[in-house]
Design a protein around this ligand. Sequence first.
Ligand code: BMA
Length: 326
Amino acid sequence: MATIIGDALPNIPWQEKPLGDHNVVWRYSSNPIIPRNLIPTSNSIFNSAVVPFEGEFAGVFRCDDTRREMQLHSGRSKDGISWELSHERIHFEGDDQESLRWEYGYDPRVCWIDDRYYVTWCNGYHGPTIGVAYTHDFKTFTKLENSFLPFNRNGVLFPRKLNGKYAMLSRPSDNGHTPFGDIFYSESPDMAYWGKHRWVMGRKGGWQSTKIGAGPTPIETTEGWLLVYHGVLTSCNGFVYSAGAALLDIDEPWKVIYRTAPYIMSPQALYECVGDVPNVAFPCAALTDAPTGRIAFYYGCADTVTGLAFAQVDELIDFVKNNSSV
Ligand code: BMA
């Protein structure tokens, strides 16, 4: 049976799949868990990342403010469901004033590697690129160099070094609402200089025919890296953001072993179909409990609120294998 290689998280948020539900991913019944106006200045809170922290949970959240500026806020939760967010945006610290210049930040991911939490996000630096920072306590965040030149989005770190190097997926793009986009892999010896760029996978038919981008931190399993990613379809009414899954080779993750032809989740609940940007389900984080194989996904809904969804690793991996088209 396919299992997660990782730690136990006995307090992972969880709800059993409703009887008669045939989907491989199911939604939390009290979605959305984070309303758009959780803090006084937020227009919307979505596409956000959470991790286990000191026996509870912490995260970095995309809060577009009521000026409609895209900001990052830290947050804490006892149960992973009910969240308190800092009212003040994160002010990154560091030595390099040029790198610290703040334009905007959005779609954060958080990843524990070795001894600290790394945050990657879409960072404004003469166009979108991948910002990188680290924190030990979700109070102080130290900014490192942007990893790539503009334009790039969806920078997602692997949770351990591979062959002695930090490893990241990203999605080169343009300066606007990019109508294309494939996932690439890059390595770094020091989290500053990135190279050995490898193409991982591109667009395909249907729900992923316009562009794709990595979602949560890849999950290490006995069958390879389980990557959940978003895919975009261009309809006559605009973009539709769904999610799919792939299994990547454990040592050479640019090699795709399986990849779902159908989506595993698409915007169908009302709060995913109605909001500032309709028809968006955008996963950015996953909590896992290795002993039970439980996965809890955090995903942005209609660029407005944050939802929670669940999967069981063996069932999800079976689905990926049995519905694959690489
Ligand atoms: C993408 C990003 C995401 C957003 C999506 C849908 O380009 O901006 O943050 O959820 O568009 O608007």
